[in-house]
Design a binder for this molecule. Structure first.
Ligand code: YYY
Ligand code: MG
Length: 147
């Protein structure tokens, strides 16, 4: 069982797509472990996107991600990191296929609606950047054997 950090970005919150996005992961069969609406601080944003520091899009990315509330989440499932990134779609809108969240709803690359961790190491770091251990809810889903 694996965990990932998913975050509806400010554009997704403003466009009223939290429910649509959360619904896709629920229907896929993943388990929601934590979720909250938060305004990201500059420091938190820079820590979250540390791997991109120095790249040409870094400053505008930090401005964007701190421009309004995000919906931060922790989800759990087998191979969830790889699978959730398939549900999300490619980073560049011109490469994001229909049927993916970005392919269906994103029209410009920086405004691509959702973040998903890309490795177990990033997931652990990103979860810790947004959540206290005590905020993660441990429970069993009775439907688990059918998914
Ligand atoms: O993980 P993912 O969000 O798909 O892409 P990353 O390569 O980690 O980049 C983070 C974020 O930065 C991306 O969602 C949009 C933005 N970005 C950009 O505006 N221009 C690029 N050339 C690359 C990324
Ligand atoms: Mg990334």
């Amino acid at each position: 069982m694996e965990r990932t950090f998913l975050m509806v970005k400010p554009d997704g919150v403003q466009r009223g797509l939290i429910g649509e996005i959360v619904g896709r992961f629920e229907k896929k069969g993943f388990k929601l472990v934590a979720g909250k609406l938060v305004t990201v601080s500059k420091e938190q944003a820079k820590a979250h996107y540390a791997e991109h520091e120095g790249k040409p899009f870094f400053d505008s990315l930090i401005t964007f991600i701190t421009s309004g509330p995000v919906f931060a989440m922790v989800w759990e499932g087998d191979d969830i990191i790889e699978l959730s990134r398939m549900v999300i779609g490619k980073t560049k809108v011109t490469e994001a296929l229909p049927g993916t969240i970005r392919g269906d709803y994103a029209a410009h690359t920086p405004f691509n609606l959702i973040h998903g961790s890309d490795s177990p190491e990033s997931a652990e770091r990103e979860i810790a950047n947004f959540f206290d251990e005590s905020e993660l809810v441990l429970y069993a889903k009775s439907i688990a054997t059918w998914v």
